[in-house]
Write a protein of this length. Structure first.
Length: 319
């Protein structure tokens, strides 16, 4: 395995936003681009490489294929179909399950044994698909989960309280979607509870619900205005990659595999705070959820389980 070698599968807006942020930040030794559109892959390689003279460090960038996964430390999957007008989430999930299954098989045929990060939507389902098809230990398959949602939450809270977003400690949990929620009892600015800050400053508690709705509606608003979201998720993926490469033991709300009754769940990928290091998911951070929060998490999980039951498990098991 080559330390610092990343393979990116999918050179659309999301994948290339991640690649561009990596080029600017450094810390990556080799970046291999893989896509079904070979010409685009070569074009992206050229365009990124022309920025190397101004990058913070030397970096090898090349258009490649699935055989390059063999000695990669991390493979990031951003490929997949986008949701079309009138298309249901289940229909999108079925299409992307077939795509993920095919991509995962090709990755594993190379002899790959590193960490896979999945960003394709619906991301909690797609992480589950990749884990099942790859057969890798579950700690080595991670979905981008609610890392972007959490960043949006911290940005909006920082704006509301007029503090640095780096001093906001709050998480979005659950599905990367409309059923996500915030465990407000575990939300802090510095080391002071946000709920107490609201009370001490006579802010209406209902403002917290408005902020959460702002997070949930953010993607819809961006898509309505510019057709797609990609910079935020590109930065979020880069953040996950760096936590792995630098063995940070950082806490991130990725989509991870729950078993043995963690958060009352089994055999499901969902967004919860976990500790990330060079092995992938080191451990799940177990927060005490109140009854309402637990019900919201259960609801998120049930939405995903229903889609699996409807068709996703069947597609995974087809020859």
């Amino acid at each position: 395995m080559k330390k610092g070698k990343i393979v990116l599968v999918g050179t659309g807006f999301v994948g290339m936003s991640m690649a561009y942020s990596m080029l600017n930040r450094g810390g990556i030794n080799e970046l291999v681009l893989v896509d079904i559109d070979k010409d685009k892959t070569i074009g992206e390689e050229m365009d990124l490489s022309h920025g190397l003279p101004y990058a913070p460090q030397k970096m090898v960038i090349k258009a490649g294929d699935y055989s390059d996964c063999k000695d990669a430390q991390i493979v990031v999957i951003t490929a997949g179909a986008a949701q079309k007008p009138g298309q249901t989430r289940l229909e999108l999930a079925e299409i992307n399950t077939k795509i993920m299954k095919d991509i995962t098989k090709k990755i594993m045929e190379s002899g790959f044994n590193g960490i896979i990060i999945v960003a394709s939507n619906p991301v909690d389902l797609m992480a589950y698909v990749v884990a099942k098809v790859s057969g890798l230990p579950k700690n080595q398959v991670i979905g981008s989960g609610t890392v972007l949602d959490t960043a949006r939450l911290r940005y909006l809270l920082a704006d509301y309280f007029k503090v640095s977003s780096k001093n906001v400690h709050a998480y979005i949990m659950g599905e990367h979607g409309d059923s996500s929620f915030v465990p407000w009892n575990h939300a802090y600015i510095g080391c002071k509870s946000i709920i107490n800050i609201m009370k001490d400053n006579n802010h209406p508690i209902s403002d917290l619900d408005k902020i959460h709705r702002g997070v949930v509606n953010a993607a819809y608003e961006i898509i309505n205005k510019k057709k797609a979201t990609y910079y935020g998720i590109g930065m979020a993926l880069n953040r996950i990659v760096r936590a792995i490469l630098d063995n940070e033991n950082s806490i991130l709300t990725v989509s991870t595999y729950l078993e043995n009754g963690d958060y009352g769940q089994n055999d499901i990928y969902i967004g919860v705070p976990v500790i990330i290091n060079s092995q992938g998911v080191r451990e799940v951070l177990k927060l005490d959820l109140n009854k309402e929060e637990q019900e919201k998490l259960n609801n998120s999980c049930n939405i995903i389980k229903q889609m699996r039951k409807d068709s996703i498990d069947r597609i995974i098991n087809e020859n």
